[in-house]
Design a protein around this ligand. Structure first.
Ligand SMILES: [Zn+2]
Length: 1146
């Protein structure tokens, strides 16, 4: 007897109906997978022709939109509306009750506008006893295609409604109707979509204002079927689970009867055979699993400004986060992260009651503040100090308000990440980093998902890029699947983060996303499949901790050194030039103010108090404007015109005024010292941390008071200004005085009639400029008469330096953001100047002015100057540069203006200044990775050097650069028409300079970058100029750094935790009661371990090395310094950023 025979015996082959039949009279067809899969869409399609024959028929058990008509009406809903005048955005308390008399009757079908207008609705309603008796949720459904926020009658925000079919339902709190009486609530309507998307003419039509009694089970079946049918479509074709899911879906559809509501339960029973029985609660996540594959965390990326202004963002925050708090109440497993201290601060100010709710949800570990920076900032353009302040402000806000710091620098959407970010992160106490933006690369695919990202100094952060390549996932089956399937280094890490939730314009996760995730997890709990195990519940912190646990503390992970260059959005280094210039000026003047205020407050504590609160305000505004769609130039006109430019202008004015106040103190002290006598000399303040010399502009009136022996007779200079040559005094490099004698070897200019060229020269350089204003030769006289310009036929530009080029600039996408590789092939050189003239003949400054027409209404006027150098000066560094000052009238369309310098240098790499260091990039296009960097970001200078010689290009406000072959190219102005059609139109002023130097890149270039950007000497009323003189005992050199000159003392400020310099209430402890402290920031600028000494003018009690948050890392010994002063030794790694706290003895 065979085994098989036995089996058949047990199955029963007797031929009865419940056994295997002998005859087959009912043939079955072989499944046609595609048809049975396509059919599934019909079951939950709300808009299809079969919707009344399928599940949508049952979504509502009742729906009412009728107004009250009779006194005894049992159920009704009524609307009244108040139209806020002048596009204002008043708070609840400014409208109710004050404006109640101005509310007018309104109803479904009404339309509202224009774009950016605000309306307040008063909603009255009553629920009938039969609905109350159903003992289930009752919904208010509202859709006007724009954003709204529901307020209780007491004025407490409840939940946002975003329209367009998204987030249109609000579960009415039971207490609002349970008594069967009429109740009232309010709704604030903002006439803009989630993604802005409006113009002045926009109107929004109210399509829904209903009371709904939903069929909860029918809606649950909708989610069941959604995930099941996704499984049928997306599970691996070779898995039995895919086919089983499809069959099950078909079975559900067959079991469903549109005339029998009870069949819904039967359908759900079938669904649960595949999804498990726990999908209706958080219990589904309790099942023990061997391994969590996907960690799902909610977020709501609120761009702080973009296609809407800051003013709207303040409302987006309260809208988005109240919705999320609501979700947390309904879904206990739910965790949500929100970044940007600025947004928390707005919430705290405008909606303190919601801020308290957020804090409660933080303590219940459902709401997680994250990010550690003031906003989700750009990291290409802000200075090193700006990035430091993003963290100082951000982390201290978190500490002050929540009692903890963020571990993670959260920048999902920023346009590329500079090579110093890992170091700055570690110094801000953030060991982990998150972005996904590199998935947008338009040339190369970034090779790692989880990796160690290493800064130029060697510091590392643990970086994860969510494999789903989005931070706004819908939490679909496919999102869960891709969160592992698209992980690019599964060999070393086997987990993925899924960031879900409506985003960009805020919003965040919707209930349906949490319902879908429960079902995805239910599926993996119930049937084996290739769907990864998703968990809702662990925090981002736990996610990163798990990676460290499974990778031997990250040691087995791949690493990536240097910048995370985004191969996209390369136009953002240039777009909105004026904002970028304001930012550079702000950064420099903030440096100056902090240095001067530190000095004055320490030196003259009775006369001057450090303005910490005002500085915070200015820094907060500055950091706000560094948001990743603001400073890069990708916001709408309204953002720049109404908010950013006025804010930055006001900042600059404030900075000027505050600096003037400090100067007044020094002037007064000097006056007291010397009485009415004046030494007749002019003195200028140098706020930079090294000695310098050079020309300063001075009014004729002040010039007249100078003693004769120091005046050089300048020919042809501007009428109302004169020039004076100053250099740092020997006892303090912060005080600049006129040199004792006149300049001997001045600058000069001559015209050569024969070949129609101009020769501009001083003792260091000789430039030949042709009739087109182009430098055809630049000879370095001091270094063997070396020619700097290359007119080689093998180069792209054979014309010469300062050649303007206008490129066609028609990117494939995102005009304000993008410029494409192909644009480099279509261009025109500017030729035939409309005017060329000598405007200054020397001996202090020799200048030639050239004007070119660009288009019908556009022109550029360039003044090319060479200044005298004082060869005999004690501090003469031998630095001389050719300066190009430009005025442009710019009215172009999709054109990109750049300037080119072909130079006689050949090296594989060029250096571009970045925050506190350099980023080196190839000057060739060997690989697609190098070609992708055809346009890159640079700060104050870019340098192209070989072993013997180099050329630096300095700039005062530009960031776009490229150096390839023998060509150095600086990007000047763009003209994208979207999203701001007026971007960069109008007048511009900027300057750049060419600095040739012997040897490779050195400290002279680093210093020249600072000198060229000095704003102090150009403050509006000559504030930095002291005509009565200034002595070093009145204006002492508080701090001086000696030793390796590549160590730069970049910033000096007072300690944040000093007593008596702030009147703002804070939970942070004042650590230095009774003492004064200063913070010094030093960085190694060129890439090599270096030693130095910090000499301090006042008696030091203690010195600590601190991090960017001014938290102590280690104590440092105080030793004797020069001239009887004291100080301390420092040693820095190459490109290290080091901060020190000096505590002064009392
Ligand atoms: Zn964004």
């Amino acid at each position: 007897m065979s085994v098989g025979y036995q089996r058949f015996e047990s199955v029963d082959l007797t031929g009865t109906s419940d056994s295997y039949a002998k005859l087959n009279n009912n043939p079955q067809f072989h499944e046609v997978d595609r048809l049975f899969e396509d059919r599934l869409r019909q079951f939950i399609d709300k808009n299809g022709g079969y919707k009344d024959l399928n599940l949508p028929k049952f979504y509502d058990r009742g729906r009412i939109d009728k107004k009250k008509q009779h006194d005894d009406d049992q159920i009704y809903i009524g609307l009244q509306v108040y139209s806020v005048p002048n596009l204002q955005r008043p708070l609840f308390k400014e409208v109710i009750p004050e404006k109640l008399s101005e509310f007018k009757s309104s109803s479904k079908g009404d339309s509202f506008g224009p774009g950016w207008a605000t309306f307040w609705f008063r909603i009255t309603f009553k629920i009938s006893q039969s609905w109350i008796d159903a003992k289930q949720q009752i919904l208010f459904e509202w859709d006007c295609g724009n954003e709204g926020l529901i307020y209780s009658k007491e004025g407490v925000p409840q939940q946002a409604l975003t329209g367009g079919g998204e987030r249109t339902e609000f579960i009415l709190p039971e207490s609002w109707y349970i008594d069967g009486e009429e109740h009232v609530f309010y709704l604030e309507m903002a006439c803009n979509g989630m993604s802005g998307g409006v113009n002045g003419g926009s109107r929004f039509s109210l399509s829904k204002a209903d009371l709904v009694l939903p069929n909860v089970e029918a809606r649950a079946l909708h989610y069941d079927f959604w995930i099941l049918s996704d499984a049928a479509r997306e599970l691996s074709a070779t898995s039995w689970q895919k086919h089983k899911a499809r069959n099950l879906c078909n079975e559900i559809m067959n079991a469903f009867d549109p005339n029998d509501e009870a069949t819904i339960n039967k359908c759900r029973f079938l669904a649960k055979s595949f999804l498990g029985k726990d999908i209706d609660s958080a219990k589904v996540y309790d099942k023990k699993v061997k391994k969590i594959d996907v960690y799902a965390v909610g977020n709501c990326h609120i761009d702080t400004a973009w296609l809407w202004p800051f003013a709207e963002t303040k409302r987006k925050v309260v809208r988005s986060w109240t919705s999320q708090i609501n979700l947390m109440e309904r879904y206990p497993e739910y965790k949500f992260v929100a970044s940007q201290a600025q947004q928390f601060q707005w919430l705290k100010k405008y909606h303190p009651e919601i801020f308290s709710k957020v804090k409660a949800k933080i303590s219940e570990t459902q709401f997680f503040p994250i990010g550690g920076s003031w906003v989700e900032n750009d990291t290409n353009l802000p200075s090193g100090e700006s990035l430091s302040r993003q963290f100082l402000l951000g982390q201290r806000f978190f500490l002050d308000n929540f009692g903890f710091k963020s571990d993670t620098y959260w920048l999902p959407d920023t346009f590329g990440y500079s090579s110093q970010i890992p170091q700055l992160c570690r110094l801000a106490d953030m060991p982990t980093f998150l972005t996904q933006k590199l998935s947008w690369n338009n040339i190369n695919r970034f090779p790692n998902t989880t990796f160690n990202w290493v800064a130029i100094d060697g510091s590392q952060v643990l970086c994860h890029m969510p494999p789903d390549n989005t931070y706004t996932a819908s939490a679909d089956f496919g999102d869960v699947k891709r969160s592992l399937a698209q992980h690019t280094n599964l060999g070393t890490d086997q987990s993925g983060l899924l960031l879900y939730g409506k985003g960009d314009g805020g919003g965040g996760p919707t209930p349906e996303m949490l319902e879908k995730l429960r079902r995805c997890r239910g599926l993996t709990n119930t049937v084996d499949s290739d769907l990864p195990v998703v968990q809702v519940g662990p925090s981002i912190e736990e996610f990163y901790e798990n990676i460290l646990k499974t990778t031997n503390n990250g040691k087995t992970l791949p690493s990536w050194k240097g910048e995370l260059y985004l191969e996209y959005h390369r136009g953002t280094y240039t777009t909105q030039a004026e904002v970028k210039k304001f930012m550079r000026s702000t950064e420099f003047l903030l440096h100056d103010l902090e240095y001067l205020a530190t000095l004055a407050s320490v030196q003259y504590p009775d006369d001057y108090s450090y303005p910490l609160d005002t500085l915070h305000e200015i820094w907060e505004n500055t950091c706000l404007c560094q948001f990743h769609d603001v400073l890069p130039g990708s916001s709408i006109e309204m953002v720049y015109k109404d908010e950013v430019k006025p804010m930055l202008r006001k900042n600059l004015q404030k900075l000027g005024n505050l600096i003037e106040e400090i100067f007044d103190i020094f002037k007064e002290k000097q006056q007291v010292k010397q009485g009415s006598t004046s030494n007749g000399n002019v003195v200028c303040i140098n706020s930079l941390p090294f000695p310098r010399s050079g020309l300063f502009e001075i009014s004729n009136e002040r010039y007249a008071s100078l003693s004769l022996d120091i005046k050089n007779i300048q020919t042809g200079y501007k009428n109302d200004k004169n020039l004076v040559y100053l250099e740092s005094a020997s006892d303090s490099y912060h005080i600049m005085k006129p040199i004792a004698n006149r300049i001997k070897n001045g600058a000069q200019i001559s015209y050569n009639e024969k070949d129609k060229t101009y020769i501009l020269s001083n003792s260091k350089l000789k430039a030949t400029i042709n009739s087109n204003g182009v430098i055809t030769s630049l000879v370095d006289l001091a270094n063997g008469e070396r020619e700097v310009i290359s007119l080689s036929d093998s180069g792209r530009n054979t014309r010469g330096g300062n050649q303007f080029v206008v490129f066609d600039d028609q990117p494939l996408n995102f005009p304000a953001w993008d410029t494409e590789l192909y644009s480099l092939d279509k261009y025109k050189y500017l030729e035939n100047p409309t005017k060329i003239e000598i405007v200054s003949e020397g001996p202090l400054r020799a200048s030639l002015k050239v004007k070119h027409s660009i288009g019908a209404e556009s022109w550029i006027s360039t003044t090319i100057s060479l200044d005298a150098v004082n060869d005999e000066a004690e501090n003469d560094s031998g630095v001389s540069f050719l300066v190009f000052e430009n005025e442009v009238e710019w009215h172009e369309t999709y054109k990109f203006l750049k300037v080119e310098f072909p130079v006689d240098i050949n090296s594989d790499f060029a250096s571009y200044e970045t925050q506190f260091g350099l980023t080196k990039r190839a000057t060739h296009f060997n690989t697609s990775w190098e070609a992708a960097k055809f346009e890159v970001c640079s700060h104050k200078f870019a340098d192209y050097s070989d072993f013997n010689y180099g050329v630096s290009i300095l700039n005062d406000s530009k960031y776009g650069f490229s150096i390839h072959g023998n060509l150095m190219r600086l990007s000047l102005l763009r003209s994208p028409k979207s999203p701001d059609a007026t971007a960069d139109m109008g007048h511009h002023e900027f300057k750049y300079a060419l600095y040739p130097h012997k040897g490779s890149l050195g400290v002279d270039t680093v210093r020249a970058g600072y000198i060229f950007n000095d704003r102090l000497s150009s403050l509006k009323k000559d504030e930095s100029i002291f005509t009565q003189g200034l002595d070093s005992d009145i204006f002492p050199q508080l701090v001086e750094i000696t030793g390796d000159s590549n160590l730069i003392l970049s910033n000096v400020k007072r300690g944040e935790d000093d007593e008596g310099i702030s009147s703002v209430e804070t939970n942070l402890q004042k650590k230095f009661v009774g003492s004064k402290t200063i913070i010094l920031r030093v960085y190694e600028s060129l890439g090599g371990k270096s030693k130095g000494f910090i000499n301090v003018d006042l008696p030091i009690e203690k010195v600590f090395k601190v991090n960017l948050l001014e938290e102590e890392l280690e104590e440092i010994d105080v030793v004797e310094g020069k001239d009887g002063k004291n100080g301390f030794d420092i040693t820095l790694r190459g490109f290290e950023i080091a901060s020190y706290r000096v505590v002064f003895s009392n």
